[in-house]
Design a binder for this molecule. Structure first.
Ligand code: 5AD
Ligand code: SF4
Length: 473
């Protein structure tokens, strides 16, 4: 792909800013006239990339003069950012869009927008158009930067607007962003995916791989460090194929770590086929890189890995894990696993269980395979019943829960460093946070400790978290 064509042009961005200004003038005039402040709500489903997109949507809405609505009843604009990764995610979204029909009947002036991965699929865009006539704006992931114009057209011309581009996708620099957190920030470094794993809808809904310029990423992080952010997660569907001209992903990490300031940098998601030893060497050499790695393996059978088009073997994956662990002491490793891919036999599944016992992941995200229209796997023979798949899923979960518990029990009596970023999520514990590797820790302390690092002596461990008291030595 020609890198120059990848960016939305400054002229196009300026045009969108002029629509933002028009919306702002219209909303401000309303406030001046009768004191009413228009409000907007953004409802987001799915992965971290979607969360990051939702922060840009909230930024655009704030710049257009919309305050944040507490719920759908007081919202003048509702935007639903959708996920298409599994059928369950789509069903939830459709249910929630359906539930909004009452609100729209009660208040016809309410503007409802549906965006993200779902409408990027042609059959779903059609469904939204035909079956949900009260949805005013439908736009795909590639059209997010055009939201000011789409919203202006819906608000001022009272018409339904659709923008679902069938293109490779571009990069829009300079969108306003309203971040949810004060300490932690998502930073997208690349978009899209070229891997075409046979089960996955992502390459179809998020387009081809395209990388932001290294300077743009570094400037964004410098600005965030100056604002007080202390924890960055670099986002991309496949961060290891980041291509910033003469700057690959390990080099980008090095350049980020060279930025002055006290912060931690993590990244997701990594594809094992592109994770290099150099990447692990860079992490090992840079204390600012978190000691946590999310490396989705998907399955522990070479036959199924091939059918999934993952392009690595179990042995190659284990080699990577061994190298990473040998070079990065204390590394926490997490992974994704799909159970019940078409044609998976009991023997294939046993391979997955063996792999899990061998690696002993710190935690796992486990999924039952969900056929996605348009992907190669959706047309493959799939003789296993849902009960069989559920049974395998339950066995996998039980194995991982036992392993997580054992790992957590081994922490009892040890002191861990925790970045406090929340609280009140476990009964009897006022603060919570994460270790460098991403392990959840609950403790007790003053609210003022939020946004700081504390040392916690672990007293208890469950499947999902550690519990302990702050120590001051
Ligand atoms: N069915 C089930 N799980 C899926 N994933 C991606 N596509 C599917 C699908 N069709 C899982 C993979 C991926 C994670 C984000 O979601 O494990 O790593
Ligand atoms: Fe999907 Fe595979 Fe791309 Fe991940 S790497 S987003 S699983 S196609």
């Amino acid at each position: 792909m020609n890198r120059e064509n990848v960016f939305v042009t400054p002229e196009e961005m300026a045009q969108q800013r002029s629509f933002t200004q028009r919306l702002l003038r219209r909303n401000s005039a309303r406030t001046a006239e009768n004191g009413y402040v228009p409000k907007a709500l953004v409802d987001c489903y799915g992965c971290q990339q979607n969360e990051a997109d939702a922060e840009a949507i909230r930024g655009i809405l704030a710049a257009s003069g919309y305050a944040v609505a507490a719920d759908e009843h007081e919202a003048d604009v509702i935007i639903i950012n959708t996920c298409a990764i599994r059928e369950h995610a789509e069903a939830r979204v459709l249910g929630n869009i359906g539930a909004l029909s009452h609100e729209k009947r009660r208040r016809p002036e309410l503007i409802i927008g549906v965006c993200g991965c779902m409408p990027q699929q042609p059959q779903m865009a059609r469904k939204l158009k035909m079956s949900f006539p009260y949805v005013d704006i439908v736009f795909g992931t590639h059209a997010l930067w055009k939201l000011p114009q789409l919203l202006w057209e819906a608000v001022s011309e009272h018409k339904r607007v659709f923008d679902v581009e069938d293109s490779a996708g571009r990069i829009a620099e300079g969108l306003p962003v309203q971040r949810k957190e004060k300490d932690k920030a998502w930073v997208s470094i690349m978009y899209g995916c070229n891997n075409f794993c046979t089960y996955c809808i992502v390459p179809y809904v998020r387009g081809r791989e395209r990388s932001r310029r290294p300077e743009d990423i570094l400037n964004e992080i410098r600005g965030l460090v100056a604002e007080g952010y202390r924890d960055f997660t670099l986002l991309g569907q496949n961060v290891n194929s980041y291509d910033g001209g003469d700057c690959d992903f390990p080099t980008l990490l090095e350049r980020i770590c060279a930025i002055e300031g006290d912060f931690t940098v993590r990244f997701m998601t990594s594809h094992p086929k592109d994770a290099t030893k150099r990447l692990f060497d860079v992490i090992a050499a840079n204390p600012k890189c978190a000691r946590g790695l999310h490396l989705p393996v998907q399955c522990g059978s070479d036959r199924i890995l091939k059918a999934m088009n993952r392009r690595y073997t179990v042995e190659q994956y284990l080699e990577l894990i061994d190298y990473a662990r040998a070079h990065i002491p204390g590394l926490c490793i997490t992974s994704d696993i799909i159970v019940g891919f078409p044609g998976e036999t009991e023997e294939d599944f046993q391979g997955t269980l063996d792999l899990v016992e061998r690696v002993r992941f710190d935690s796992l995200f486990t999924f039952i395979y969900s056929p996605r229209t348009g992907t190669p796997a959706a047309t493959m023979e799939d003789p296993a019943t849902h009960e069989e798949k559920q049974n395998r899923f339950d066995r996998l979960l039980a194995a991982q829960n036992r392993i997580s518990q054992e790992i957590h029990a081994s922490y009892i009596g040890k002191v861990v460093e925790v970045f406090i970023d929340g609280g009140g999520r476990a009964a009897g514990y006022t603060l919570s946070g994460r270790t460098d590797g991403g392990r959840l820790v609950h403790t007790v302390g003053d609210e003022s400790l939020r946004g700081t690092k504390v040392r916690v002596r672990v007293e208890k461990g469950s499947t999902y978290a550690l519990f302990g008291s702050i120590v001051n030595e």
